[in-house]
Design a protein around this ligand. Structure first.
Ligand SMILES: [Zn+2]
Length: 234
């Protein structure tokens, strides 16, 4: 008997919380995934199927799109925003089956559009923009930098406008990501500042793995900043 190859992804059905239709979505089988490594900003690499290509669900009927973990959490005002601003312009189409980075970018940008219209917190918008930056990184596409910049701007707005201190684990995560993204954007002065603040933050005490990465990236940013100051001083 010939071996039947099991795909790392499969289709299943969920109910769209906005329009109430039964829709198809694609999920991955965690046992079939082969993790390779992670960049300091958490961008993951996998041998074949990359599960982060599949974390966005899009309703084929009404255009509502969200990350899998948020899909059922849409608020009443969020539903109204989607029905008023997205559904009227939506051309019905399905997003099922195998996804490559291009397809993943398309669905995650639909999520970004939905989240922007629904006014989700800036910290969540920042994390989503960072994820879209990773998708461009896989393709070596210069748009990665645009989305790193969007992510940085969202994290900064989050830090200024949102009560991050109420959730120390999220606060330290935002500070770290903001500092690491600033480093990638060669804004070393701010990178040193944000990563330094992350190291002092309350949430860092319970997260040794993050503390190690933060110290490494802070040291790199600090060296890069000194070099930059020397060049500017000449
Ligand atoms: Zn729907």
């Amino acid at each position: 008997m010939a071996d039947k190859k099991i795909d790392a992804f499969y289709e299943t059905e969920v109910i769209c919380p906005v329009c109430g239709e039964k829709i198809q979505v694609t999920k991955t089988r965690s046992k079939m995934l082969r993790f390779l490594k992670r960049d300091p900003d958490n961008c993951p690499y996998y041998e074949d199927t990359n599960p982060i290509f599949y974390t966005a669900y899009v309703c084929s009927e009404c255009g509502y799109a969200a990350l899998e973990r948020d899909f059922d959490k849409v608020t009443e005002s969020g539903k109204a925003e989607v029905m008023n601003k997205i559904t009227p312009k939506w051309k019905k189409r399905k997003f099922v089956g195998k996804r490559d980075a291009y397809a993943a970018i398309e669905v995650h940008r639909l999520v970004l559009l939905n989240y922007t219209i629904m006014h989700v917190p800036f910290s969540e918008l920042g994390k989503l923009c960072l994820k879209i930056a990773w998708l461009y990184r896989y393709l070596d596409d210069p748009k990665e930098r645009d989305f790193l910049q969007h992510a940085y701007d969202m994290f900064e707005k989050s830090y200024t406008n949102e009560p991050l201190h109420e959730n120390p684990a999220n606060e330290v995560n935002v500070l770290f990501l903001m500092g690491e993204v600033a480093r990638q954007l060669e804004n070393y002065k701010m990178s040193v500042e944000w990563l330094g603040m992350a190291l002092q933050a309350e949430g860092m005490r319970e997260n040794q793995a993050l503390e190690r990465v933060t110290r490494d990236q802070w040291a790199e940013a600090k060296v890069a900043y000194s070099k930059m100051k020397k060049v500017e001083g000449n």
